[in-house]
Design a protein around this ligand. Structure first.
Ligand SMILES: Cc1ncc(C[n+]2csc(CCOP(=O)(O)OP(=O)(O)O)c2C)c(N)n1
Ligand SMILES: [Mg+2]
Length: 689
């Protein structure tokens, strides 16, 4: 019996052109894209497999022109065993007789992705993917312009980080295809990063064949199919995923894909994982469509009305109000709303905690910059609103006053995947940031008593004090951004230069570890979406991440007939090596994705020393050399050279160690990138500035 929705293709024209909260178009739905699947009354056939069990066999009805009922018109396939242990197992195996036009689970999977707005699939292929490869070729040939673009990724972590970067900029999930258990493990820290960074990404991996005697097409044909058969493959990444499931049949693959995407796109957004055996992915099914507009993510509400009034009243009466955030800028409408709030509640300051996104612009006097949980304003504030934030302060280093009024508004205030989490908030709400701030603003603007409280002398005094402290903050940063007397320079100077000479709307992809605060202070991002920080703890995000961001900005601009923004990756030297540069710069060259990479070369890992000193300030290691505590990169790798080799030599590679050369080299690198060539500049940075 065919699924009910199988004949819903005609009705599926109800898809809507979804628009993000920030107003930017997010998806091209099926309604914008002419389909050419030949209608929905096609036939499910499996011409060569007499052994097909009843659960996978569907009666023949009027054959679709897309489906070929004869054995095959393509050249006969010869199987070359990839391992001496490979044997041909069962005469009914259909591997050699499959029609090139067949409509399989894999093909429907790609259709589902496309119809859901997934336009790129980052792939690392293997023996689990014969039907995936067939589907990719069929799609490229038969559905030109209506089939996801496939990007070959020689390393899984880079693939996932690309999809992650793309999603963080656009909120539009892309897909990653990897090889069974080993490819899933190859995703490595990228799954952690996507989860921590609230990046919606759909990962699919094949599962080793579930039959071994040729009972079904896809049955085992290679030695490795035994070796890669594991008890529960999805458990490798499930704890980082919003949803992890196995495709057990092809007949509802589109529903399963959309269910996964619904989880990925519902707050808190994050990665999802699907896996399916070769046999299930090979299964021929009847072409079908679903009603795409029925698969929107869950919408989060705002604050209860009593809470809106309470927060508005406390903010209006606060002597020293503070807002701490980390992800609120993912919705690019929020930074502007926070500016409105800070212009209304004069004296409100906003601290970013580097969750991921630019949440508050550096040109507002309430800007405290990005701080990792340590900032005087946290110690002195009498009212704190924690808004979409994981770590507002680090209690052992810095904590709020005992009598501070603390409100926690978050899409995930319980931090459901963290075993240990609590903050001393009197009130906590699961609510959407934009809606919540709009609600609070509406009360502040309409209530006469509150309006009176927010204007007048006291308010003017606070505003003046805020301007003064902001001025001092900028002066401190400017002093730190000077080159050193010995002609060298630190990260602050380097980033001040970058800010001066890169385009104003540059998107910064940041993984600067112990230099992050200097980078943020000197770049002073002001535009929503302009700053994306890894946020997770799995080093190596920014290589793939910056490529994904560049791909996304180009793609979105092209849809409007324009050009994408300039993208700069700023990365620690240790982190550069974690990012798998051999893959990153090959992909950058292969797919013409030009980005500028700045390597912060401080000769190794500074972070472990900082961690050591926080616990053993006077311990043995505190006096030991970097070499002795095993954090030094000596001899120093040729970072730009590694990238150039990966790009087949076509890459702008440079090193700078003198402030006098910096501007010239950076300008050359920027020019190269604007001309279409990726650039890597290895910058020797002094410590602590
Ligand atoms: C995948 C992974 N491995 C190891 C670590 C532990 N770790 C945290 S910071 C760091 C050093 C990073 O070095 P670098 O990028 O040079 O930054 P720096 O410390 O010099 O600022 C390491 C190894 C990690 N976070 N992630
Ligand atoms: Mg370093």
């Amino acid at each position: 019996m065919a699924p009910l929705l199988r004949h819903a293709a005609a009705a599926a024209g109800t898809g809507v052109n979804r628009v993000s909260r920030a107003g930017a178009p997010r998806f091209l739905s099926s309604s914008n894209r002419p389909r050419d699947d030949g209608g929905s009354s096609s036939t499910l056939i499996n011409p060569g497999n007499a052994a097909l069990p009843p659960s996978q066999s569907v009666p023949l009805v009027s054959p679709s022109p897309l489906l070929n009922t004869t054995t095959t018109t393509s050249p006969p396939t010869t199987t070359t065993p990839s391992h001496p242990a490979v044997t041909q197992t069962h005469p009914s195996s259909t591997a050699a007789v499959a029609s090139p036009k067949m409509y399989t689970t894999s093909f429907a999977f790609f259709e589902a992705l496309w119809d859901a707005g997934v336009e790129h699939v980052f792939v690392n292929l293997g023996s689990d993917h014969p039907s995936i490869i067939e589907a990719m070729v069929k799609g490229a040939r038969e559905k030109k312009g209506q089939f996801p673009r496939i990007i070959t990724c020689p390393n899984e972590m880079v693939a996932m980080s690309m999809a992650d970067g793309y999603a963080r900029l656009t909120n539009n999930p892309q897909a990653v295809i990897v090889h069974v258990d080993v490819g899933t493990q190859g995703l490595g820290a990228a799954v952690h990063n996507a989860s921590a960074g609230r990046a919606p990404v759909l990962v699919f991996a094949g599962i080793s064949p579930i039959t071994q005697e040729g009972e079904l097409r896809g049955s085992r044909t290679e030695f490795i199919h035994w070796i890669q058969d594991v008890p529960d493959q999805k458990q490798i990444v499930a704890q980082y995923c919003r949803y992890a499931a196995e495709l057990k049949t092809g007949v509802n693959v589109k529903q399963m894909v959309n269910r996964a995407l619904q989880f990925a796109r519902s707050a808190p957004q994050g990665p999802v994982y699907l896996c399916g055996s070769r046999e299930v992915m090979e299964m021929e099914i009847e072409p079908y469509a679903i009603k795409q507009d029925q698969w929107e993510p869950v919408e989060l509400g705002g604050l209860p009305s009593s809470a809106v009034r309470k927060i508005a009243e406390v903010l209006a009466g606060a002597r020293e109000p503070l807002l701490v955030t980390g992800y609120a800028g993912r919705n690019q409408a929020v930074p502007g709303l926070l500016v409105e709030l800070a212009n209304t509640v004069k004296g409100l300051r906003v601290m970013d905690t580097g969750g991921s996104d630019m949440c508050f612009p550096a040109d507002h006097p309430g800007w405290l910059g990005l701080r990792y949980g340590v900032e005087d304003a946290v110690r002195t504030a009498d009212t704190i609103v924690v808004l979409d934030c994981d770590v507002p302060w680090i209690t052992t280093q810095c904590k709020p006053r005992e009598d501070a009024r603390i409100f926690h508004i978050d899409v995930d205030p319980l931090k459901q995947v963290m075993p240990l989490y609590y903050i001393p908030a009197q009130h906590r709400y699961r609510a959407d940031a934009q809606t919540s701030i709009e609600q609070i603003m509406a009360v502040l603007k309409s209530d006469e008593a509150l309006k009176a409280q927010l204007t007048g002398e006291e308010s003017d005094r606070r505003w003046a004090a805020l301007q003064e402290s902001y001025k001092q903050r900028l002066e401190t940063i400017a002093v730190r951004s000077q080159p050193l007397e010995n002609g060298e320079f630190g990260t602050s100077h380097l980033c001040a230069k970058l800010r001066d000479i890169c385009p104003k709307d540059t998107i910064w992809a940041i993984e600067a570890v112990t230099n992050t605060l200097f980078v943020h202070d000197s770049l002073q991002p002001t535009l929503p979406g302009q700053w994306i920080n890894c946020g997770g703890g799995g080093l190596g995000w920014s290589g793939g991440g910056s490529l994904g961001i560049k791909l996304a900005t180009e793609h979105e601009a092209q849809l409007k007939g324009g050009k994408g923004k300039f993208v700069v990756q700023i990365v620690g030297d240790g982190t550069f090596l974690f990012s798998v540069p051999g893959s990153v710069y090959w992909i950058s060259k292969r797919y013409n994705i030009p980005v500028l990479t700045i390597v912060l070369n401080n000769k190794g890992w500074n972070a472990p020393r900082k961690s050591l000193l926080l616990v053993h300030p006077d311990g043995l290691g505190s006096q030991a050399t970097n070499k002795e505590i095993n954090i030094s990169f000596d001899p120093v790798p040729d970072y730009a050279g590694i990238a150039k080799a990966a790009a087949g030599g076509d890459l702008f590679a440079a090193k700078v160690d003198k402030a006098a050369d910096l501007e010239r080299v950076l300008k050359e690198a920027i020019e190269a990138v604007q001309g279409g060539q990726t650039a890597v500049v290895d910058c020797k940075v002094a410590m602590g500035c």
